[in-house]
Design a protein around this ligand. Structure first.
Ligand code: NAD
Length: 475
């Protein structure tokens, strides 16, 4: 019911042959799903050679023909959504509905970038001299390497694959060892769609060893990473030695500001749905709820009621509304956050502990009455714990929202048009949702500021991230 795992190098699947391996665990029952082979250094070197050959073929393939292959791969993922969704749920834990939605969103990103590659326009700059041309050309940056985490096993690899391939680059992807099956299925869809050998290569192993080996290669001209801030900083330092281009999609801690001119209960319904999606393991998850004092009690009560009503279970069960956390590390992190809340006088409105003793389930949790310097108000929770605290004025809440080193996403809810414009301008984040949590689409730029990283994925910015500009003066 799961899938056969392997490395995909130079258009061929490899497995076994005395390679090291590790088990992939289903977080809903802690049982092994399959064994994942690790790439040796020789495999990685082979992947670089394959990517060189792949780049030579793909850069010369017209954007129209590249777009055709990418569209076909996207369509195959759509046709296979039931099967890929089940694989994703088994390895990651999220509900099947969320998993299928993610696979379809990933297909959209791939189709969109395949289209957008046709519009990688340059420009002509009027010349000072007659008979001369001044041209700015866009070219693919070259061979790229990407490293993706376990919380979105389809959409995060898709953003990197789509940007690179849409621009005419080849890619070596190291997807998460904890959720490899989805990436394997995506590579299969590309192979079945007719992608030339070596354009997309997929490897797994010890993350630190693979990134160090690949990033040292001068042939690789760009890296893209999604994950935690400390690992991002480490990879940027490695990339500096060969002056590689870098895209960093790192952690956040998104404030949600609820002004008291909106319906607090309707706003709480949407907030709880956003917060507990993927059990809170989302980099743009709404994570710090600041509610204006007149609405505070109603909002907190309704949010808590919604949290209490969520049915936990295996993501494959159709009644499940929230699955397990993706790994045991998240359970430890949630326990530490709740202990810190309690030691600082925070009140547990609901939840606060592990659910059951098999599978990495943690209760949907709401905490109130917390100081701004508590752990959950200052560190990315990456789990189903929601702090709700009151505020009085616009200026006060903006200062509190902007006080952290993160700047990925931020949200605000108000019915006052002037206030909506003002809060959109005031929040320090790469993405701001005013009266919405829908901030991530194939056609819109996704990326952070401050320590949440730099560069974008999705939209035209996500294609340009894989292109260089060349100026040609022709006399
Ligand atoms: P982690 O920081 O060790 O790993 C995060 C991701 O980076 C994993 O996918 C891991 O495989 C990868 N990684 C780790 N070291 C690497 C290296 N040297 N080279 C290349 N890849 C490397 O820890 P974790 O327990 O997996 O996650 C902890 C925190 O990371 C979370 O609490 C969250 O804040 C953050 N995170 C963010 C995202 C995101 O979407 N931005 C995704 C996953 C995790």
């Amino acid at each position: 019911m799961y899938t056969e795992l392997g490395l995909f190098i130079g258009g061929k699947w490899t497995n076994g042959a005395n390679r090291k391996s590790e088990p992939v665990i289903n977080p809903a029952n802690e049982k092994p799903l399959a064994d994942l082979p690790h790439a040796s250094k020789g495999d990685l070197d082979e992947a670089v050679e394959a990517a060189k050959k792949g780049f030579e073929v793909w850069r010369k393939t017209s954007a129209w023909d590249r777009g055709r292959v990418m569209r076909k791969a996207a369509d195959l993922m759509r046709e296979r959504v039931d099967a890929i969704g089940k694989i994703l749920t088994q390895e990651q834990g999220k509900t099947l509905a969320e998993a299928k939605g993610e696979v379809l969103a990933a297909a959209d990103v791939i189709e969109w970038m395949g289209e957008e590659g046709k519009r990688a326009y340059g420009r002509i700059i009027p010349s000072r001299l007659p008979g001369t041309r001044q041209m700015v050309m866009q070219e693919p940056v070259g061979i790229c390497a990407a490293f993706t985490p376990w919380n979105f096993p389809a959409i995060t690899p898709a953003r990197k694959i789509a940007g690179a391939l849409g621009a005419g680059c080849s890619l070596i992807l190291k997807a998460s060892e904890e959720t490899p099956g989805t990436a394997v299925e995506m590579a299969r869809a590309f192979a079945d769609a007719g992608l030339p050998a070596g354009v997309l290569n997929l490897v797994f192993g010890i993350p630190g060893e693979i990134s160090e080996h690949l990033i040292a290669k001068p042939e690789i001209r760009k890296i893209s990473f999604t994950g935690s801030i400390p690992v991002g900083k480490h990879l940027v330092k490695l990339a500096a030695d060969t002056m590689k281009r870098v895209t960093m999609e790192l952690g956040g801690h998104s404030p949600v500001i609820v002004f008291d001119d909106v319906d607090p209960e309707k706003t709480a319904d949407a907030a709880a749905a956003g917060k507990y999606r993927n059990a809170g393991q989302v980099c743009v998850s709404p994570t710090r709820f600041y509610v204006q004092e007149n609405s505070y009690n109603k909002f907190a009560a309704r949010f808590t009621e919604k949290a209490k009503g969520l049915k936990l279970g295996d993501g494959l069960d159709k009644d499940t509304r929230m699955g397990p956390l993706a790994n045991a590390r998240r359970l430890d992190a949630m326990n530490a956050i709740v202990a810190d809340c309690q030691s600082r006088g925070g009140k547990l409105a609901t939840g606060g502990k592990r659910h059951g003793n098999q599978g990495y389930f943690f209760e949907p949790t709401v905490v109130t009455d917390l100081p701004d310097d508590s752990k959950i108000m200052t560190q990315e929770p990456f789990g189903p714990v929601a702090p709700i605290i009151p505020f009085k004025t616009f200026d006060e809440v903006v200062a509190r929202a902007n006080s952290l080193p993160f700047g990925l996403a931020a949200y605000a809810f108000t019915n006052n048009a002037k206030q909506a414009a003002a809060i959109g301008d005031a929040l320090e984040a790469g993405m701001v949702g005013v009266n919405t949590y829908a901030i991530s689409m194939a056609e819109t730029p996704f990326g952070g500021i401050k320590e949440s990283g730099y560069g974008h994925e999705g939209s035209i910015e996500g294609l340009e991230a894989y292109m260089t500009k060349k100026y040609i003066a022709q006399a």
